[in-house]
Design a protein around this ligand. Structure first.
Ligand SMILES: Nc1nc2c(c(=O)[nH]1)N[C@H]1C(S)=C(S)[C@@H](COP(=O)(O)OP(=O)(O)OC[C@H]3O[C@@H](n4cnc5c(N)ncnc54)[C@H](O)[C@@H]3O)O[C@H]1N2
Ligand code: MOO
Ligand code: MG
Length: 417
């Protein structure tokens, strides 16, 4: 008799996985190789930025008090006593109605507290002088020391994704090397007697393994290294050997296929043989209801469905946040938004339904053929429409939840049921 599986809500399944995902610790990498890694420590400003008062424009540094009363009728003349570009420092201290010709980015000389833009200066007849016809306030046209960041300020929290801006910050503070969270090496094992390698010709009853390359690409877009195992046929011993080998060589394993209740679905038996604790083997979602997650002493075995769309969805909902947690990330969950449904979606949704979709900023529409076995809609979609379980008959114009895919950083909370 078939063992009955009890579906649990997606939110509950996500919580069970996240609870068991433990961070792997940290390592040091070169700044040049840090894109996409997760900061292991908060980024603290080690000095003021900018580190000195500087000119934000090409012009003349002046003492603002010398400009008091200037007008079109009462032009005030300044004498230029020095000339500096960015990177140079003037050793002059400005006296009354003296100015330093200064270029953008250069340190403002001692005594100066305003900058006259070149366009605001009127050339006068005498050499090395110019006139102004308006007063300049103290700090007018100045880029002030510390206006961006103050020494000691916490700029970016630990657990943040290193993006181009983070790289700029790290460079600003002189970090040629960065302390980042370690990444897991993830094994990928496709199971199924029907599977052919990419280069093999189709024969009756066989299909090519598309899940393997799909998952390794899902891992790649998270910056996670992958170890691809040779496909295993639907044979308990063969699968068991492959799973045991992967467990020795990797930090966690993603299998696809063989996870349902069929006569040749061996993953449930394998979890028993290796004494893994099954966190769940049925989720109230479509596709991917058979998604199973098990673990042995902190080693995860993600049993994704063989059906491509179910496999893809299982990865994005469960594998992605678990790996991010292992990598010390703060924001584990896919970014979420609301959008207007662009067409009717009449199917009933006994379970929460994730529809591969195209989101254009306001509207969202299904990305074509949308069954669990679909391959095409994965490639065409950039998001997942989320339709709650127990609903049906969504109409064009209805507002629905949308999860965005392929985005570097998401949200720190899971707020869908
Ligand atoms: N009696 C029942 N039958 C099924 C149930 C159920 O509850 N009761 N669940 C169905 C659902 S829902 C899904 S999803 C599938 C899940 O099946 P498995 O995870 O066991 O996967 P397989 O049986 O191995 O394969 C399913 C399907 O996917 C194709 N496949 C497998 N691997 C790959 C691959 N690497 N690349 C491309 N395509 C792959 C495979 O050929 C099958 O067509 O079970 C339903 N049945
Ligand atoms: O697990 Mo199945 O994908 O619900 O279709
Ligand atoms: Mg099956």
């Amino acid at each position: 008799m078939l063992e009955a599986r009890t579906p649990i809500p997606v939110s509950e399944a996500v919580a069970r996985v996240i609870e068991k995902a433990l961070p792997l610790g940290s390592e040091t990498v070169l700044l040049a190789e840090s894109y996409g890694r997760i900061l292991a420590a908060p980024l603290v400003a080690t000095h003021d930025v900018p580190p000195f008062n500087r000119a934000p424009y090409d012009g003349f540094a002046i003492r603002s008090q010398d400009s008091a009363g200037a007008s079109n009728e009462n032009r005030i003349t300044f004498t230029v006593v020095d000339h500096i570009g960015a990177g140079e420092v003037s050793h002059k201290t400005l006296g009354e109605r003296e100015a330093v010709r200064i270029m953008t980015g250069a340190s403002v000389p001692s005594g100066a507290n305003a900058v006259v833009m070149l366009e605001q200066a009127i050339s006068s007849e005498a050499e090395a002088t110019f006139m102004i016809r308006k007063p300049f306030a103290e700090q007018e046209n100045l880029s002030l020391r510390g206006e961006d960041m103050r020494e000691g300020e916490f700029v970016i929290p630990a657990g943040s994704f290193i993006n181009p801006g983070t790289a700029a910050l790290l460079a600003t503070f002189g970090y040629g090397e960065v302390e980042v969270a370690k990444r897991p090496v993830v094994g990928v094992l496709a199971t199924g007697t029907e599977l052919l390698e990419v280069h093999e010709a189709l024969t009756p009853g066989k299909i090519r393994n598309s899940n393997g390359p799909m998952i390794s690409t899902q891992l790649a877009r998270m910056g996670v290294p992958c170890k691809m195992y040779k496909m295993a046929s639907d044979n308990l011993e063969e699968c068991l050997v492959a799973v045991r080998k992967a467990m020795e060589e990797t930090d966690c394993l993603i299998t696809t296929g063989g996870v349902s209740v069929g006569d040749f679905d061996y993953l449930p038996a394998i979890y028993e043989r290796i004494q893994a604790e099954v966190l769940f083997n049925k989720v109230a979602m479509r596709p991917g209801s058979v998604t199973t997650v098990a673990h042995v002493d902190g080693y995860f075995l993600f049993g994704l469905s063989g059906n491509p769309s179910a496999c893809y969805t299982g990865f994005e909902l469960f594998v992605r946040p678990a790996l991010l947690k292992k990598m010390g990330a703060q924001k584990l969950y896919l970014p979420r938004t609301k959008a207007v449904l662009a067409g009717d979606f009449t199917k009933a949704n006994p379970f929460t339904r994730f529809v591969r979709a195209v989101y254009d900023g306001t509207h969202v529409r299904p990305a074509g053929f949308n069954k669990s076995n679909a391959v095409s809609s994965i490639a065409r979609g950039d998001s997942l429409i989320v339709l709650p379980g127990g609903t049906r008959g969504f109409k064009a114009g209805d507002v629905v939840d949308v999860l965005l895919l392929g985005v570097d950083e998401g949200l720190s909370g899971w707020a869908l049921s």
